[in-house]
Design a protein around this ligand. Structure first.
Ligand code: PHE
Length: 508
């Protein structure tokens, strides 16, 4: 293995203090808002316990192989996504930039706004501010929702205030660097989240009627497995939930010491994340079961989708709970969403900042400050009365197209242009569980084929009717124009010279 590069000798790359610190940070990125409400809903919609079959297949066919790939290449090249891609092949640097730009100026901008909602709801839990009509409260009083994406309306001040908190807090963490900031924060966040979740699960499953909800959550309906959409949902969810293709895992692995156990860590992170989703499903469905018991409606009627589940159904359930206990329950639920969201937000900012630092060698503190200020102003559009519509549209396009495309390119570049067997050798050389040939087959054939099929299918559906019936102008603005502008920006930055010469390690 090649010795540290010249430039590294002058500017040593930051490193995690401990293996545990790295695993917690990677888990912190993976476990996010999506684990708590999205997984449970998908599970319920797609055949309950039977959904675990496509979900686990997706995890093993796409999730874990890609996780090993990202950790392995980040560790080998010791760089953020653009630096890693550039070291493999100079012509592909843009792809790394595209990934981190999509993550930072796509996902992070709306993700921070949703964390701000959760933050507001922590406070609303103290006096059950949503009153008797949680639906009306959320859409009309809190979001003051406009008639459509075209009618921007006013900025909502409580959301902006929460947003300031989210950005300031994330800034503080990333500002202090890998060890003193990201690692230390996750060492607090992750155990805290675990405790919050366990308390929530224990409280939920003991509620009256909870078992009915859990039965609905897990009763397998194998007939649904013949439906294409069930498989598409499973594969898309795995991608998003493991934070793959955002350049995050590559960056986090670049801070690892030379001797590591990449395969084992990839298993721990991927399985840990999915186990977390599965367990928090008990809290969600236990509560829904309670609600159905309290209102006399069947569980299938009280369940609702993602955002509706967290901000409408859950508050409704909280209001039905015994006094004293209900406020605590609300703070617990929304508090855990804030913690899960923040640790993911930190990873998005770190992946982008690290890329800029690698390329231009500006000081970390300056880069992080500028990125966070720009990010905060960028998020403001999502705090307007039309924010919810834009969040929905941006989320859809970045996840369904931007990331799947990056995933496909990643497999082509590393599977076909780079010698994959060398990367496997490197991973095995670094220590731990031996990685066998099956992995190469996955990265070269199985994963890209699955992703390409997914992409084609999404595109077909897209062109047949506008997403969720939104006006075509809004869809074109995000689905085409925004992704193209991000691509041009990525190409532009990739064409700028590197402050220090890159040492191409791929030949060694
Ligand atoms: N994995 C996070 C979730 O499940 C989403 C996320 C993706 C966050 C990428 C950060 C980066 O919510």
């Amino acid at each position: 293995m090649k010795q540290p590069q010249l430039s590294e000798a002058h500017h040593p790359r930051p490193q995690w203090k401990s293996r545990m610190g790295f695993i917690l940070a990677a888990l912190g990125s993976a476990v996010g808002l999506g684990n708590i409400w999205r997984f449970s809903y998908l599970c319920y919609k797609n055949g309950g316990g039977a959904f675990l079959v496509p979900y686990l297949i997706a995890l093993f066919v796409v999730g874990i192989p890609l996780m090993i790939l990202e950790l392995g290449i980040g560790h080998r090249m010791r760089g953020s996504a653009p630096m890693t891609f550039a070291k493999v092949n100079r012509n592909w640097e843009w792809c790394g930039w595209w990934a981190v730009i999509c993550a930072m100026f796509g996902i992070m901008l709306y993700y921070s706004t949703v964390i701000s909602w959760c933050f507001n709801y922590v406070f609303f839990s103290f006096d059950l501010r949503w009153g008797i009509d949680a639906n009306h409260f959320f859409f009309q009083e809190f979001l003051k929702i406009s008639s459509g994406p075209g009618e921007i309306g006013d900025i909502i001040s409580p959301i902006v205030l929460g947003l300031i908190g989210v950005w300031a807090f994330s800034w503080l963490i990333v500002f202090f660097g890998v060890q003193k900031g990201v690692e230390r924060a996750n060492k607090i966040f992750m155990p805290l989240l675990l405790v919050l979740t366990i308390v929530l699960v224990v409280l939920s499953v003991r509620l009256e009627g909870a078992m009915e909800g859990i039965k609905v959550y897990l009763t397998p309906n194998f007939d649904l497995l013949t439906k294409k959409q069930v498989w598409i949902d499973a594969f898309s969810q795995i991608f998003f939930t493991l934070s793959l293709s955002f350049g995050i895992m590559i960056t986090y692995a670049s801070y690892l010491p030379r001797k590591v156990n990449i395969v084992k860590d990839a298993y721990i992170i991927s399985l840990g994340n999915c186990l977390f989703s599965f367990i928090s499903g008990f809290a969600v469905f236990g509560t829904l079961g309670y609600m159905s018991h309290a209102t006399g409606k069947p569980v299938s009627e009280v369940v609702s989708q993602a955002i509706g589940l967290a901000f409408v159904t859950y508050p409704q359930a909280i209001s039905l709970m015994p006094k004293m206990f209900c406020n605590f329950f609300g703070v617990l639920f929304f508090g855990s969403l804030v913690v899960a969201g923040l640790s993911s937000a930190v990873s998005l900012i770190e992946a982008f900042s690290s890329a800029v630092i690698d390329k231009f060698h500006y000081p970390r503190k300056v880069v992080v400050s500028v990125v966070c200020i720009a990010g905060f102003f960028g998020s403001i559009i999502f705090t307007s009365q039309s924010g919810l519509f834009w969040i929905d549209i941006v989320d859809h396009f970045i996840n369904q197209y931007g990331l799947i495309l990056v995933g496909i390119f990643q497999c082509i570049l590393l599977g076909w242009i780079f010698k994959l067997s060398k990367l496997r050798e490197h991973i095995n050389h670094a220590g731990g569980i031996v990685l066998r040939r099956w992995w190469e087959v996955c990265i070269k054939f199985v994963t890209p084929i699955v992703l390409i099929l997914l992409f084609i299918n999404n595109l077909q559906k897209e062109l047949s009717s506008p997403y969720e019936g939104y006006p075509w102008e809004a869809i074109i603005l995000i689905g085409r124009d925004w992704l193209i502008v991000a691509l041009i920006a990525a190409l532009f930055v990739a064409m700028r010279p590197w402050k220090r010469e890159l040492v191409d390690q791929s030949e060694h």
